[in-house]
Design a protein around this ligand. Structure first.
Ligand code: 5GP
Ligand code: MN
Length: 335
């Protein structure tokens, strides 16, 4: 796939010249966001660049196997004293990181003088491409795949730790090579990462196979709410706030849950509504075929891809359900 080599060279030069890089993904971290940050972190440190992965939230337990995850900085007091480059990954804007933009740009630091370079590496269609040195390309299945492309362009060694992180990114964002974004190039890139030493056994065990009792409890509760709308073309799942404490889980253990709603034959759009706090509802949307759910998510201030998108509304589940279903029905034209 043809990429803008001059842009990649600019990013490589900015990273290589840096005295301190912060790598940041999105809130509700997923395999692509974390794997890309950690993977690029390994690659940069391999080049002698001082790089730190930062996050506003603790890392979901399921990603505890990723090499380097123990060094992720989740408290601002633990931030390094200096950084001059921030790489915002898998995010359409800085708000998605959960951090304040002026904080990341160090605008209150005399020494930095607002001179922090922002680099945005992302593959969301809805990204306007205006954030710093922006490399936005929706043809990539995952940001982890963009990072591999960057490493190849730069001639960086992809060590096994980086390969495990980047493979996790690519595998999770392609639904383990099942979604429509799974191209021959994706499979070739996955093969390159296996060649580079990605620990497939570990990735499969943690990302696909392991289910804690708490997660299974959550799944049971969620399945009990399955309902269908629009003559079975829309399948909805709900997770009320009380369920999290009842099952002893937090909302970082939700990944993959919506796939059960999408699995029901006839479903064109799957909707998962979960109360992340009382009165705050996170919406996940998935679709089959050419039904674009990112339009729905964007209309509520969120974003995503045509077949996988999301948003968060400051309303209780029942209100969000009504509003989102109305928008979804418009997309499907089923009143
Ligand atoms: P999920 O439903 O798994 O949280 O997210 C599916 C896709 O939509 C991911 O690509 C994710 O980054 C994106 N997404 C989910 N929620 C939001 C949101 O609130 N804002 C934006 N911009 N994207 C979101
Ligand atoms: Mn992604």
């Amino acid at each position: 796939m043809a990429v803008n080599s001059a842009l990649l060279d600019t990013i490589i030069a900015q990273l290589s010249a840096s005295r301190g890089v912060l790598l940041v993904g999105h809130v509700s971290a997923d395999g692509d966001s974390l794997g890309s940050c950690l993977g690029l972190g390994h690659l940069l440190r391999g080049q002698g660049v001082n790089a730190h992965v930062v996050s506003v939230e603790k890392v979901p337990a399921r990603y505890g196997f990723l090499p380097g995850v123990g060094a992720v900085i989740t408290e601002t007091k633990d931030f390094p004293t200096h950084w001059d480059v921030v790489v915002v990954m898998d995010c359409t804007d800085v708000r998605r990181t959960g951090f304040n933009e002026s904080f990341l740009r160090r605008e209150d630091h005399e020494e930095a003088r607002g001179g922090v370079v922002l680099i945005n590496i992302d593959h969301h269609q809805s990204n306007q491409g205006t954030l710093g040195t922006a490399w936005v390309d929706p043809r990539f299945a995952a940001v982890g795949q963009q990072v591999l492309t960057l490493a190849e362009r730069a001639g960086w060694v992809v060590m096994p730790e980086a390969a495990t992180c980047l493979y996790t990114a690519l595998a999770t964002d392609s639904g383990f090579f099942r979604h429509g974004n799974t191209s021959p190039t994706v499979l070739r890139d996955a093969a390159k990462l296996l060649d580079a030493g990605a620990d497939l056994r570990l990735i499969v065990e943690y990302c696909l196979e392991r289910k804690t009792l708490s997660e299974l409890c959550l799944l049971r509760e969620a399945l009990s709410t399955l309902t269908q709308e629009c003559d079975g073309r829309v399948t909805v799942m709900e997770i009320p706030f009380a369920v999290f404490s009842r099952c002893g889980v937090d909302d970082t253990e939700m990944e993959g849950m919506i796939d059960y709603a999408r699995a029901v034959p006839g479903t064109q759009i799957a909707v998962l509504l979960r109360a992340v706090q009382a009165g705050i509802t996170k919406v996940s949307l998935r679709s089959r075929g050419n039904c674009d759910v990112s339009v729905v998510a964007v209309s509520f201030g969120g974003g995503g891809h045509p077949n996988a998108a999301g948003c968060t509304l400051h309303l209780p589940i029942s209100d969000v359900r009504a509003a989102v279903l109305a928008a979804v029905k418009q997309v499907l034209s089923c009143g």
